[in-house]
Each structure stands twice: as C-alpha cells, then as structure tokens.
Design a protein around this ligand. Structure first.
Ligand code: TRP
Length: 364
C-alpha cells in the first residue's frame, strides 16, 4: 500500500527509507559529515532526512544570516515528543539563527475546533514556558500567533493562493476542505514571511519538523519558486523521526491519549506509574527465557526512548548489550528510563517556574 503523509491525520511511518524515496526527502546521512557541530539528534539519525538543507548549512558554516522557523499546534499538553522540535529551536539559535516560532491557533481553530482563546493559553502555559526552560532566549526570537500576525504576513497568506491550482492542492493533500486549504496557505506564509523585506529579506530558512509536515514544505517551495518577484531562497526542512508512543514502537504519541505520552509537567509518581504500566516491553515472558534468549531492544519502548534521551553513547551501548544478552531485565530497564526522565523533569519543572519571570519578553 502507498504510504500517506497527512498533516491532519495520524499517519504513522513504518519505513523511513521508503518514505524518503516516495516523497523526495534526501537522507541526512549524506550531509552529516559537513555539519561542524551536529546535534545529538543528527548524530543518532533521529533527524533522518532533509530537503534543501545544504543552503542552510552553507550559511551556518560561513557565519552568514539564516532563519529557523517552526510552529506549534496548541491542542493540549506538551509532551516528550514535542521536546524534539524545541531542542532543535534551541540548537539553531545557539548557532546564530534568527528564530520565528508560530502558534498555529488559526489552524487549531479551523481544523480542530479549539477556540483562539484556549489555543493562546495552551501555547504560553504548555509550550512557551517549556521552550524557555529548554534554553530558548528572547534575543533574536519572534514568537507570534497566526491570528495576530503583521499586515505583510497576513497579505502574503492570501497572495500565495494565486500560485496554486485546486488540483495541485488535492494531489498534495488528498481529501481537503476549505479550512484545511486556509491552514495550509497560512503555513506557507509562516514559512516564507521571514524572507519579506520587512522581516529581513531573502536568506536561508530551515524548518525543523516531523515527516507529516512534508506536504506543506513541498507546497511552500513550489509557491516560492513561482513568486519570482520576491526573490525567496527556497525554504529547507529537516525531518525527525517520531518518539514512539508508550504502547509500542509503531504507535504514535498523542496529547489526547494519556496512556501514550509523558508530559513535561508529569510528576515523579505519574512517570513511574505510566512507564511501569504502559511502556511496551521487549522482554521475554519468563525470567528463565529472558536470561537465555535476551530481550528485544528493537521493540522495547523504554530502550527506544533512551536512544532519544541518553546522550552518552557508551552508556547507551552498554544498556543495549546487557538487555540483548539477557543480563538486564525488562523491569530494570524501565527503572533506568524512569530515573532518567524524572531527573530531567525535576530540573525542567524548576526552570519552567523561573521562566515565568521572562515570558513577557517573548510576547511583546
Ligand atoms: N501544522 C503544524 C502542526 O500541525 C503547525 C505549524 C503551523 C507549523 N505553521 C507552521 C509548523 C510552520 C512548521 C512551520 O504542528
């Protein structure tokens, strides 16, 4: 069956290699060596693909101006999966990027029926505070709401419609509604507007996202090519793998399914309870069998989460080997993850409270 990429669906990726072939995503491995200070996610292959990243890399390596732009869907709790994109914002900011972060409140209103008011609250309370706690700085950072963009941005979101056909949109998105079309064009304006003269003019832009956003990137690049008079540098994207949901390595984390995620506000007890109860185990049914045959790290959610969280390669390798050989039991592996998560969350939650003092700097 043909794989589908639906930004408004719950498409789960089974095979990243096939996905890249079918959708014109370039493997990140080919460019990794040229990145001077690769992030952990780049080194681990969690950022597995890109489109047009070379242009951004040139700017980084030559210390020229570039932009990092991405968006958040304010539809519920910020969870560990969302942390992936937040870490990338902080990474690019540390390399000198001017950052644009959009709150997709118009999109969440049109496609998920979330009120603009609720969306705004969620964006600040769940997301922005955590971004600051993760290291995002107010300098050179524009945090804005789709419902409250500048005149230039708003006009761009309409002008871009001139460059597409209805069939083009249908072939990119499949089933589409007027609300989805407006959301898609708003996102195109999000991605292209930093290159308007009033926002700094044409320069490379990188959009770190999950693979489901790829159709929006294709649309943005297509429209940018046709808007010759603006001189846009084609926006680039990097694609990260999803952190799997707790219920299994091929399940998706979703803010509407409590048993699928760990939120950045979860307490120690909740973390322990959720991991013990829900995290799918690659262990064997009996102790004897486990010692003899060893665990299956490939399907073990706790192990897979550690590949995103444990920065020390040799520690991770040791866990892998011990689990695979049967020396480490499933319960013990879960304990390692619980400890890692709770240590991170304790510190994070303390930083979130401190972040309240400077949150207004992002909202002016
Ligand atoms: N559609 C994105 C999501 O569902 C949110 C978003 C809006 C976005 N504008 C964007 C993401 C621009 C990246 C770039 O999460």
């Amino acid at each position: 069956m043909k794989q589908q990429l639906d930004p408004w669906g719950s498409s789960n990726i089974e095979n990243y290699n096939r996905l890249m072939k079918e959708f014109g995503i370039t493997p990140f491995s080919g460019i990794l060596k040229k990145v001077k200070k690769p992030s952990l996610y780049m080194k681990r292959g969690i950022i597995y693909g890109h489109i047009g990243f070379q242009e951004v890399l040139n700017a980084i390596n030559k210390k020229e101006k570039f932009v990092m732009l991405t968006g958040l869907m304010p539809s519920g709790a910020m969870h560990m999966g969302h942390k992936l994109v937040a870490d990338q914002m902080v990474y690019y900011q540390s390399l000198g990027a001017e950052c644009f972060i959009t709150v997709a409140d118009v999109e969440s209103y049109l496609t998920r029926n979330i009120s603009i008011e609720d969306a705004r609250k969620t964006a600040v309370e769940e997301y922005l505070l955590s971004y600051i706690a993760l290291g995002l700085k107010p300098k050179n950072c524009h945090f804005y709401f789709q419902s409250n963009g500048s005149v230039g941005y708003n006009n761009l979101s309409k002008y871009v419609s001139k460059k597409i056909t209805f069939n083009g949109v249908k072939s990119l998105y499949g089933d589409i509604t007027p609300g989805k079309i407006v959301s898609a064009l708003t996102q195109v304006a999000d991605i292209l507007h930093p290159e308007l003269e009033e926002f700094g003019g044409p320069r490379p832009v990188v959009v770190p996202v999950g693979s489901d956003q790829h159709p929006h990137m294709l649309l943005s690049r297509d429209i940018a090519t046709r808007m010759k008079e603006y001189g846009f540098v084609l926006p680039a994207a990097t694609y990260n793998k999803f952190l799997p949901g707790l219920m299994g390595v091929d399940t998706k984390m979703s803010s509407s399914k409590e048993e699928s995620f760990i939120s950045l506000k979860d307490t120690e007890d909740i973390v322990e309870k959720k991991i013990k109860k829900y995290a799918f185990s690659g262990g064997r049914t009996t102790l004897k069998e486990h010692r003899k045959k060893g665990g299956k790290p490939e399907v073990d959610v706790s192990y897979q989460w550690l590949t995103f969280l444990e920065e020390n390669d040799s520690k991770l390798k040791k866990i892998y080997n011990n689990y695979k050989s049967g020396k480490l039991l499933s319960g013990e592996l879960k304990e390692i993850l619980i400890e890692k998560l709770n240590k991170f969350l304790k510190d994070h939650q303390r930083k979130r409270e401190k972040a309240r003092k400077i949150v207004d700097k992002f909202l002016e």
